[in-house]
Write a protein that binds this ligand. Sequence first.
Ligand code: GDP
Ligand code: IMO
Ligand code: MG
Length: 422
Amino acid sequence: MKVDVLLGLQWGDEGKGKIVDYLAEKYDVVARFQGGPNAGHTLILNNGQKFVLHTIPSGIFLPHTRNLVGAGVVIDPVTFGMEIARLRETGVDPAGRLFISRKAHLILPTHKMLDAASEASKGHDKIGSTLKGIGPAYMDKTGRNGLRVGDLELSDFRERYEKLKAKHLELLALYGDKPTEIAGEKEWLAAVEELLKLDIVDGEYFIHDALTSGQKVLAEGAQGSMLDVDHGTYPFVTSSNTITAGVCTGLGIAPHMVGEVIGISKVYCTRVGSGPFPTELFDEEGDELRRIGNEFGATTGRPRRCGWIDLPALKYTIMLNGVTQLALTKVDVLNTFASVKACVAYKHKGQTTDRVPFDLVGADIEPVYQAFPGWQCELDGEGGRSGLPQTLQDYLQFLETAVGVPVTMLSAGPERDKLMEF
Ligand code: GDP
Ligand code: IMO
Ligand code: MG
């Protein structure tokens, strides 16, 4: 058995939660491999209830699915505890369904303070971080100072915590911050005790055993490929590898164990936080996309920046990830548009190119658009692909030819059943 991957091809919020929740039926294990509470994955359950998951994989609502928070994830025990409490309120008991890798790193309260101090010091150049402590936690991981879930089981955990906290306080002082108390520390220390009561496992063996016993595993990405720390719009990125390569490091599997790679893209494009966005719209069409698409962040509530689909960027992320299938979401948001646009190339330094330049930051990029007639009707999903309006069928065909992978899923509403598979 191989690990199938589902991840975002844009700047996050492509609708990963919804699609994983739908697909989880076909899988025995769903695993998060990177990111942390910066993610907000929205699920609409069959009873219409909306649920936003931050660190817990989106297979958690299916009784037969085991969910793993992999080694590449960073966990804030407080947020995690709150998520579990909300799950219990809806009648979901994590016992036997939720597993946490010993190697996942912990986000400390002081990581969040460092995140805020770093952002404040950047002024206009701030990343627009979710301020969940993601960057500082990954910095401690790669700087070999971090604390891991498995460390909670050690007798000297408290000493290790105090040592790292002292280091953080020194760093905060460099930013001119001398806190007299650590906000949320008491809650954090209580939350780690609760975390310890959950199923803590050796994640890489957990996945290996699942695969060798013939179980199907789906890796659920967080953020999007354009936010990848190595290949995204650096420095306006997150601090982890959001692309398929991150599945190998984040779960501890070999590259040849990767199976299908399902890439998700909205039919238009959004970005939350700062950084380059070549197709961003500042006009009424952008406002329409935000209003109809309800484009407000699931984690921070911030309005998302909106624009047309960016095919050079999409081709780039399809290439980085080895995408084998494309899932297009939020198609219904364009139902009322008389005309739909796609950016097919960039004009950059006097040349027309369909490649993403080294540095999009500050680059003078003019998108080249191609317009298509809109379908201007509701999509009921009846009759499969050939039951779709001809204009939409033609548009899908155009997209498939442009990016070189088949569209196998079309999402036309936030609910579970508003999904067509071809
Ligand atoms: P994720 O981070 O990729 O899981 O995406 P988010 O949950 O942050 O944002 C996606 C938003 O779009 C959520 O509010 C979803 O409920 C909603 N959504 C997902 N698919 C569709 C769709 O096909 N149509 C519409 N209108 N909304 C959708
Ligand atoms: P999901 O999984 C959209 C963005 C932030 C900011 C940058 C760095 O829901 O798609 P960080 O908190 O990681 O230091 O922020 O990345 N960002 C996201 N944008 N969706 C997400 O997750 C995001 N996670 C981080 O807005 O610009
Ligand atoms: Mg989101």
